[in-house]
Design a protein around this ligand. Structure first.
Ligand SMILES: C[S@@+](CC[C@H](N)C(=O)[O-])C[C@H]1O[C@@H](n2cnc3c(N)ncnc32)[C@H](O)[C@@H]1O
Length: 410
């Protein structure tokens, strides 16, 4: 690789240190970190012995030590003047990307590795990406033209978390080849890879589903095992709309409802018409469970159409839109809000340690003792394995560059 051990990096918007973990694993030394969130700063200090600065907008670039690599998983904000080609200073002003640019401009590090949500690739009809790309090029960096969208499950980590990765190599330092991979050739992954054995989990009961929750999910299991339709419903099932059309809660206002909602109501009504006998006994029983109302009376089945479906084979999330069920090979993206995944096979929620593993933090990582904070911080952080992966590609790791190039057709 074209970087020596002991290279210096800075960790902007550091969170709990996903970049830090990977860059030190690659032999780097962190010379500066910052995050506006005080709880993240505490977790960072506990693990890495560095007290991060606060708000980056208040930091003068000259107060940041010289470095070889700038890292930053920056919050995504719109660019008000996107697309007008005024140069980055005008176009990015008022966004946190501007702060990255001014630090890059002042220090001109050899490399920068940035990360953002998937939506960045398409935001504002592609203008946001264009401003970002062109600004980095204008600052003297080689950057791949198209946004690179990648997820931990593409390298065998069982989390589906598509993010945009932006590798920047200063023009005089070297080339940055196109990045290529074949989605049909990604490795199999298994949730078992990150799960702890139940007997290894302190306070296991805290994570176990309650008797009522198990009964509630069991009811939905009976539903998917008995419902007759061509394939299991790909649309959201809304128990309140499993009834004769004139009894659905939107009947009076149907024509005023948006098209998507009308569509769901019609589909649920068809389901009712084709399964009246079963639903006439299932619904009253399901409603006896005290959780079966509001969002919990909705099901989003996204686990395919295998034979003999069993809800408990899957990963579930309790979302405002319903109980979402996904097939059990990988977890949906950890998120900062409380939608902690349920591991069907274990009849329990995933633990913070398992969230740490989903983000590829080592088991020695000490997370926030307040668990709601720990879940939030892991939901916001970056997958350590992917930082390692893209850093190596960016630094010129021969094997990776060959494997992920068009000529290799991986
Ligand atoms: C997507 S998270 C990055 C997480 C990080 N990569 C990790 O591995 O944990 C974005 C972070 O930017 C921080 N942030 C937002 N505004 C900031 C500002 N003005 N200055 C410094 N940090 C800021 C947030 O507190 C949040 O932790």
């Amino acid at each position: 690789m074209n970087i020596e051990k002991g290279f210096k990096f800075i960790d902007l918007f550091c969170g709990i240190g996903g970049f830090h973990q990977a860059m030190t694993d690659l032999g780097g030394e962190c010379v500066y970190a910052c995050d506006i969130d005080a709880d993240c700063r505490k977790t960072y200090e506990r693990n890495y012995g560095i007290v991060p600065d606060g708000d980056i907008t208040k930091v003068d670039a000259k107060d940041i030590p010289p470095h070889d690599v700038l890292c930053g998983g920056f919050p995504c904000q719109a660019f008000s003047k996107a697309g007008k080609r005024l140069g980055f200073a005008d176009e990015t002003k008022g966004t946190l990307f501007f702060d990255i640019c001014r630090i890059l401009k002042y220090h001109q590090p050899r490399y920068a590795l940035l990360e953002n949500v998937r939506n960045l690739a398409t935001h504002d009809h592609g203008n946001t990406w264009k401003v970002i790309h062109d600004s980095l090029v204008e600052l003297g960096y080689n950057v791949i033209d198209e946004p690179v969208i990648f997820s931990p499950h593409y390298i065998g980590v069982p989390q589906h978390r598509e993010r945009v990765f932006i590798m920047c190599v200063r023009k005089d330092v070297g080339e940055l080849p196109e990045f290529y991979f074949d989605i049909n050739k990604i490795p199999q992954c298994s949730v078992e890879d990150i799960l702890l054995n139940d007997n290894e989990i302190p306070n296991l009961d805290k994570y176990k589903l309650t008797v009522d929750q198990i009964e509630w999910i069991d009811n939905w299991n009976v539903f998917i095992q008995n419902i007759k339709c061509d394939k299991l419903p790909g649309f959201p099932v809304w128990a309140d709309c499993l009834c004769p059309f004139e009894e659905n809660p939107y009947y009076e206002t149907f024509n005023e409802q948006p098209k998507w909602l009308q569509n769901f109501v019609v589909k649920n009504n068809e389901l009712w018409n084709n399964n009246k006998d079963f639903l006439a006994t299932w619904l009253p029983k399901a409603r006896k469970n005290k959780l079966f109302f509001g969002a919990k009376a909705k099901l989003e089945w996204q686990a395919g159409n295998g034979n003999n479906p069993n809800i408990w084979d899957n990963i579930m999330q309790i979302r405002p839109s319903g109980l979402r069920v996904k097939s059990g090979t990988y977890f949906p993206a950890l998120v900062a809000i409380t939608q902690t995944s349920i591991v069907g096979k274990r009849k329990r929620f995933i633990t913070p340690r398992e969230c740490a593993r989903l983000q590829s933090f080592p088991d020695s990582f000490e997370y926030d003792s307040k668990e709601s904070q720990a879940y939030k911080q892991f939901g916001n952080s970056i997958n350590v394995g992917l930082v390692n992966f893209f850093a190596r590609f960016m630094f010129g790791d021969k094997e990776l560059r060959e494997k992920y190039s068009k000529s290799n057709k991986f």
